[in-house]
Design a protein around this ligand. Structure first.
Ligand SMILES: C[S@@+](CC[C@H](N)C(=O)[O-])C[C@H]1O[C@@H](n2cnc3c(N)ncnc32)[C@H](O)[C@@H]1O
Length: 441
């Protein structure tokens, strides 16, 4: 049985939402706001229905033709069929809606606080990194590709239009070389990451493998012949559930790190370390956060979840006294190396942010940029106790961010500005730079 609906908006995901005549919410993958669709119910999830498109009655004015022929099946970008200006509108609307629903903001306050979404200078060709899943198929042999939408299956691809310049064409070259290398024996490669900078020309291939014998010289030679790169490394981790546990990094050829420049600042990044994938928009994040923190020479500040120091280094260059906390060893080592090379004094602390914060004493300003899960509940009172006059919270997940906004406001902070930044055009993802003042200061 099918029914006609109009799509009202996009969800924080790949689906659009409309309502059936009985009032129930219908989530429709691949829909665009303004589309009039004949849809069929595929699954009743209790408070919403998953529906599929049976027929397009009329197309929305916000629809465009996707650039990539695999856009409807690839898990990489679910919004390619939506015009870019409308993607920005929907991203901002998602942030406003989370403030209302999760942080219980009055609609007028939420609208006033959330700025326009900052567009990415590049709508395609913006990614400095591509990551491919690999598997050995009993019939087809070694497979490498992106993830098929809604599954863990590998979708073989030859190129990706989200990647910058020559990086977009690397899947084809790499796939051929790795297929050749894996022809006679399984090398245990389960993921391949390639980072390439448009600014420094540095290109690194990282092969993520399980431990075990590995023909290092042959792999280095074959990959080096397949594509121009400045570094090739093997990252060894545990197997299955232990895949997050890093067992070591082996240099196969070249530098052993990837080089990028953000706002003139060079960074040398090891393969396992996190780095923002849209370099130009990383500069927007830094600018917004530093503007909001209002720090200057002599301020005592901290950067929690600091990674390799995207925010830490510019903070230190203001002349402020900076403490930086990061739990991942590879990033801690990268930040210490940059700090030394730049001749900066930064107290780089390797450890858990919630555990380390109480030991940092009083702070004039604080920046937090946690992973998707947001802030651990135990860190919120410690942030209040540190007493920063200004707090910048950078987030990649509007739902956990809005939860934490509520908790921070309950502890005496006031959200004064939130700017969505589009780091990931053609996808539902959005980054938020939010600034809080401290009512107790
Ligand atoms: C979203 S990234 C941000 C990194 C950095 N601010 C940047 O922009 O490049 C989050 C970082 O938090 C680190 N992290 C995750 N959990 C942590 C914890 N409990 N304590 C400290 N750092 C943590 C991760 O390793 C990662 O480097």
């Amino acid at each position: 049985m099918s029914e006609q609906i109009t799509i009202e908006r996009l969800l924080y995901g790949d689906a659009g939402i409309g309502h059936l005549s009985d009032g129930r919410a219908a989530f429709v993958d691949g829909a665009c706001p303004g589309d009039v669709l004949e849809v069929a119910v595929e699954k009743d999830n209790g408070n919403y229905l998953t529906c599929s498109i049976k027929e397009i009655v009329s197309l929305s004015e916000h629809r465009v033709t996707p650039k990539c022929p695999l856009a409807s099946v690839c898990g990489g970008c679910g919004w390619q069929h939506v015009a870019y200006d409308w993607q920005l509108v929907e991203k901002r609307a998602n942030v406003v809606s989370q403030l209302q629903r999760t942080a219980h903001f009055d609609p007028d306050r939420a609208e006033a606080i959330v700025a326009e979404c900052k567009p990415s200078p590049k709508q395609f060709g913006y990614r400095n990194k591509l990551e491919f899943g690999c598997q050995i198929d009993p019939k087809r042999g070694f497979l490498m590709g992106l993830h098929r939408r809604g599954s863990d299956d590998v979708l073989p691809v030859d190129s990706c239009p989200l990647a910058q310049g020559p990086l977009s064409k690397t899947p084809k070259a790499l796939k051929g070389a790795l297929r050749y290398l894996s022809g006679s024996n399984d090398l245990g490669i389960y993921r391949v990451g390639v980072r390439q900078s448009a600014r420094t020309r540095s290109t690194e291939i990282a092969l993520w493998t399980t431990p075990g014998p590995f023909p290092r010289a042959t792999v280095a030679k074959t990959l080096g012949n397949a594509m121009k790169c400045t570094s090739i490394v093997r990252v060894m981790t545990g197997e299955g559930k232990k895949a997050r546990k890093l067992k070591g990094v082996e240099l196969l050829a070249g530098d052993g790190y990837w080089k990028e420049r953000v706002a003139g600042q060079p960074f040398k990044v090891s393969a396992p370390s996190f780095f923002q994938v849209n370099t130009e928009q990383a500069e927007t994040l830094v600018e917004l956060a530093l503007d909001g923190l209002e720090i200057d020479e002599g301020s005592v500040v901290a950067d929690l979840y600091c990674g390799v120091g995207t925010f830490t280094i510019p903070m230190a260059k203001t002349g402020a006294e900076v403490m930086a906390v990061e739990s991942y060893g590879s990033s801690v080592r990268d930040l210490r190396r940059i700090t030394e090379e730049e001749g900066l004094y930064i107290d780089v602390i390797g450890g858990d942010a919630a555990r380390e914060l109480p030991g940092l004493g009083h702070l004039d300003a604080l920046l937090v940029d946690p992973p998707r899960a947001g802030l651990d509940a135990t860190i919120i009172p410690a942030i209040a106790a540190a007493g920063p006059r200004r707090l910048a919270y950078v987030s990649c997940d509007p739902a956990t961010w809005a939860r934490d906004v509520k908790r921070l406001e309950d502890q005496g902070f006031e959200l004064v500005k939130a700017t969505p930044v589009d780091m990931f055009p053609q996808t539902h993802h959005v980054e938020i730079v939010s600034i809080f003042t401290n009512r107790k200061n």
